[in-house]
Design a protein around this ligand. Structure first.
Ligand code: 6PG
Length: 248
């Protein structure tokens, strides 16, 4: 069966089953770490169902909220509170109800530029991590969530953009996005996103079938260049899978 360049596919029946499987994987990662836990969230519409589940039973009371720190893999450079702002969506759907305010780590967008925001967030990540360089034996994040855009982008790492080749910086500013919303972005780079015990892609719905077909054909897309120091898992629902890969 066709496969992504890194990791393995877990197929689910529908988007609801996919969100439940994502929640269970998140709980398993939490159970594996009895210290401070770092989760890197993603924007877009793909993770919303998972976020909503986490705020409800039976998940909510199984999560040790005081030990969990919530970061974001990319942000649109718009004010907090704007409907396009990724962390605002996560706050509204679950974080503000469940997480201590000090454990929510947004990318600041009330600074002069996306580049300034990137530098500040890189410092925040380094101070949380406690070192200036990433050690492959000690990942930054317990879990990194990702969605895939229609052009194969992940976070705000777009095809053919110079940020794809970044090996030193943990976070960079992106002046323009080639897809909507066409606002500047701030994004973690591959080395920072990959510094995790688990990278979990969520891909659901027939709208994703075209891009998933390209990913599974092994095209050189950002989505095929993102992988974890630990495990890389693609949670895909049946309607997003191309027919030859077991879709409807
Ligand atoms: C963003 C995202 C982006 C997103 C994909 C998938 O800020 O736009 O983080 O990388 O995850 O574009 O988006 P959907 O889930 O909305 O399809």
């Amino acid at each position: 069966m066709a496969a992504p360049a890194h990791g393995r596919i877990i197929r689910t029946a529908d988007p609801i089953a996919l969100a439940e499987a994502a929640a269970e994987r998140l709980l398993a990662r939490i159970a594996a770490n009895d210290g401070a836990i770092a989760i890197c969230l993603t924007g877009g519409s793909s993770p919303k169902r998972l976020y909503a589940l986490l705020a409800r039973e039976p998940y909510r009371s199984r999560i040790p909220w005081a030990r969990l720190h919530w970061f974001i893999g990319d942000e649109r450079f718009v004010p907090a509170g704007d409907e396009l702002h990724n962390m605002t969506m996560a706050r509204q759907v679950f974080l503000d109800q469940c997480a201590p305010a000090g454990n929510i780590h947004p990318i600041a967008t009330d600074v002069a530029s996306a580049e300034d925001a990137a530098r500040a967030y890189e410092q925040e990540l380094k101070s949380f991590y406690g070192a200036e360089r990433l050690d492959p034996a000690r990942p930054l994040f317990d879990m990194v969530l990702l969605g895939v855009g229609p052009d194969g982008h992940v976070a705000s790492l777009f095809p053919d953009y110079p940020a794809l080749g970044e090996r030193e910086r943990w976070v960079v500013g992106v002046a323009t996005a080639p897809v909507a919303p066409k606002v500047p972005r701030v994004t973690l780079t591959f080395p920072a996103l990959g510094s995790c015990h688990e990278m979990l892609f969520e891909v659901a719905g027939p709208d994703k079938r075209a891009i998933l077909t390209r990913v599974l054909a092994g095209e050189n897309l950002p989505a095929n260049r993102a992988y974890a120091a630990g495990e890389t898992v693609w949670l895909v629902d049946k309607s997003a899978l191309p027919e030859e890969a077991g879709g409807d």
